[in-house]
Design a protein around this ligand. Structure first.
Ligand code: AHM
Ligand code: MG
Length: 335
């Protein structure tokens, strides 16, 4: 259910019953992500003031060390999640290994693990282009009350209980799913409140935008090259429009609203592409499917890939269903 002027806090409480598990902990977890997102959003918005307040590595006027924004975002999300007695483990794109959280509660009932890319596309910060946070939430598979193990993190994406992203754009938005559709909330920075602005988001069945780093064209597999040529052909509703921000969250967000496909293929330079299965592809794939879109590695559904390591990379194609299906046909033929 959604209604006008509904805040994210109200929405979480009112929709709690649609969660697969309704203990209230998942609601608290999403609330902590909401809090960290506001803090990071505030900091990201100050990034252009770097000449005034100091760059990463400097000491600012209060005598504090200035951190790089991706390190800052990583610390903020981890601290916020750690302090709330809900999460038993966190894995971050910024950390080599997962973090085990020992609950302050002596019975240590924490059930959830969170995987996070705290500031995706952070190289865009220097040029004032939108960046994002991506998160993915699972229930642990090892017994409650014991320390988490790698098995808790290496779960197939189809086991996610929630996933979402924050886009720090012209406005800051938080978009998430708990497996019952996708909803988007826009931050009113004056009062620090997220409002439901985009209820029940859905990819159009087909679209006319393709997003890929075409500078790497020469290195792409034949099927992907053929699909790109198809996008550029004068026929039916083509040529399509090319739009590539180089910031996954922003490219995905635009394509979900307008209809399009995002592609990060494998190449002769990067045999599994660039994007990380656990921190980037799985959460975006879960959101895409919940929004009537599709995500694949060109052959296999992203959510059905069994991860083998924390920082594993996979080729990623995601967007409007018809477009991803056509791309898969080209890959099949182009082998
Ligand atoms: P990052 O995790 O190092 O920020 O890299 C992920 C980003 C995505 O947001 C974006 O779509 C892609 O890398 C752009 O890569 P490229 O510059 O190779 O096109
Ligand atoms: Mg990233």
């Amino acid at each position: 259910m959604s209604r006008k002027n509904q805040t994210l806090g109200e929405f979480i409480i009112e929709n709690q019953s649609s969660f697969k598990y309704t203990s209230g902990e998942l609601s608290r977890l999403i609330n902590s992500i909401r809090l960290a997102a506001k803090v990071v959003s505030h900091e990201v918005n100050k990034a252009g003031l770097v000449d005034i307040i100091g760059a990463a590595g400097d000491v600012n006027i209060q005598g504090e060390d200035q951190q790089k924004l991706d390190v800052y975002a990583n610390d903020k999300f981890i601290q916020t999640l750690k302090n709330r007695n809900i999460v038993c483990g966190i894995a971050s794109e910024e950390e080599d290994d997962f973090i085990t959280i020992n609950s302050q509660d002596e019975n240590n009932q924490n059930k959830y693990v969170v995987l996070i890319d705290p500031l995706d596309g952070s190289s865009n910060i220097d040029v004032n282009v939108s960046v994002g946070t991506i998160f993915s939430i699972y229930r642990r598979v090892t017994p409650i009350g014991t320390p988490v193990t790698i098995d808790d993190f290496l779960q197939e994406g189809n086991q996610q209980v929630a996933a979402g992203y924050v886009v720090y754009g012209t406005s800051t938005m938080l978009v998430y799913t708990t497996g019952a559709g996708v909803n988007g909330f826009t931050l009113n920075p004056a009062i620090g409140t997220f409002y439901l602005s985009h209820p029940t988001m859905e990819f159009p069945e087909n679209g006319n935008i393709y997003s890929v780093n075409e500078g790497n064209y020469i290195h792409f597999p034949q099927g992907v090259k053929d699909y790109i040529k198809y996008c550029q052909m004068e026929e039916d509703n083509r040529p399509y429009t090319a739009r590539y921000i180089g910031s996954l969250v922003s490219d995905f967000h635009r394509n979900m609203i307008k209809g399009g496909i995002y592609m990060y293929p494998k190449s002769s330079k990067a045999t599994n592409g660039k994007l990380r299965l656990l921190y980037e592809c799985n959460p975006m794939a879960f959101i895409a499917e919940q929004a009537n879109g599709k995500a694949s590695d060109g052959v296999t559904r992203i959510l059905d890939i069994k991860p083998t390591e924390l920082h594993e990379r996979v080729p990623f194609f995601c967007g409007s269903k018809t477009m991803v299906n056509t791309l898969e046909d080209f890959i099949q033929k182009g082998k």
